[in-house]
Design a binder for this molecule. Structure first.
Ligand SMILES: C[S@@+](CC[C@H](N)C(=O)[O-])C[C@H]1O[C@@H](n2cnc3c(N)ncnc32)[C@H](O)[C@@H]1O
Length: 337
């Protein structure tokens, strides 16, 4: 007799949002920043964070089971990853992104079904409002947190790209949509012969310049203000676009690729990196979820496979293309002019 399948996977997915919200609440309460100073017992955590005793143990032990806290005897401590990425005081903090997921996307995703039926965004722009960046950047604190969190999110890919790409063949590079400048800094630190910078909306400039200066790299990395839809891209041997193309529809993607092609010399390279979906569109769950998120967030954005990226780059004129895995999340598609 055939054995019945288990419902484990279904339950794990169905209850998944509760784990996410538990993490978001811990972040909102400042739990990881509190524990960054050292382990504490539950009662001390309760008084320091102003919590009710009722669900205290469940809250903390859930975070232990989720791998965000460790418990030894009576005391709770951050796990290594929570301490590195979720302590507000560290430059590697990615909580700005998680705060954004909590305050914005957690609610907007409740309307996913409506988005699937209508094909329309379900965020602030629902009913014809501003685009995601205008919404995020209206508040200077949110702007800084978002840009800083992009550095934390993209750091593993930036370090992998600094190692994997043949930078010795090139002299100049510009990261297009550079945010705080996490990638240009990593590449410049690893390759002292390179100069370059970051291109982004003018409002991003001060945050980029401050970050670059903190590494003593201001003489090698400069900020280029502009919009990639209305301004030409800076000329450089290598242009990078990280988590950019997925925000836009196919026509806009092609326009950005054409602009990049235009700005590169013969032999120059364009590197696209993001959560590229596997070519079979079966396995990379986060890449596919990211693409659904583009339905929630944008008018026409969607994520794409490495094969899509290579095809579009060849159609834009690039003569050689390849895809390389950077991290569990991101891959890079490289086009050589
Ligand atoms: C999702 S973030 C990616 C940041 C960074 N490349 C990374 O991967 O960590 C998108 C970036 O595109 C920038 N951006 C959005 N619209 C832009 C435009 N029209 N021109 C230039 N940059 C833009 C945003 O300011 C933001 O820094």
């Amino acid at each position: 007799m055939a054995t019945e399948p288990t419902n484990d996977r279904i339950m794990e997915i169905g209850f998944g949002f509760m784990g996410a919200k538990t993490l978001f609440s811990a972040l909102e309460l400042g739990l990881f920043s509190l524990l960054a100073a050292g382990p504490l017992d539950a009662e001390t955590i309760r008084t320091r964070l102003g919590l009710h005793p009722r669900a205290l143990r469940d809250f903390l032990d859930t975070l232990v089971a989720l791998g965000m806290l460790a418990r030894e005897g009576e005391r709770y401590a951050n796990t290594a990853e929570a301490d590195f990425y979720l302590d507000r005081a560290k430059p590697s903090y990615i909580g700005g992104l998680l705060e954004m997921l909590d305050r914005r996307l957690y609610g907007f995703w409740a309307s996913l079904t409506e988005g699937l039926r209508t094909g329309s965004p379900q965020n602030e722009s629902k009913g014809g409002g501003e685009n995601i960046f205008a919404a995020l950047y209206a508040d200077p604190v949110r702007l800084r947190l978002f840009l800083q969190s992009m550095t934390g999110v993209s750091m593993p890919s930036a370090k992998a790209m600094a190692r994997q790409f043949p930078w010795t063949r090139y002299k100049t590079f510009v990261d297009v949509g550079a945010a705080q400048g996490g990638l240009p800094v990593q590449v410049a630190l690893a390759h002292p012969h390179l100069t370059g910078g970051g291109f982004d909306l003018p409002i991003v400039g001060p945050v980029f310049e401050e970050y670059v200066a903190s590494f003593g790299l201001s003489d090698r990395l400069r900020f280029h203000p502009g919009s990639f839809f209305t301004d030409p891209l800076p000329r450089a041997d290598v242009l990078v676009m990280g988590h950019i193309l997925h925000d836009w529809n196919l026509e806009e993607k092609r326009a950005l690729l054409a602009k990049a092609y235009e700005a590169l010399p013969t032999g120059g390279a364009l590197i696209l990196y993001e959560a590229l979906i596997d070519d079979e569109r079966r396995r990379h769950v986060l890449g596919l979820l990211m693409s659904l998120n583009m339905l929630i967030e944008t008018q026409g954005g969607f994520d794409y496979t490495g094969a899509d990226a290579c095809r579009w780059m060849r159609e834009a004129g690039f003569r050689e293309t390849r895809v390389e895995r950077l991290t569990a999340l991101d891959s890079m598609a490289v086009g050589v002019k």
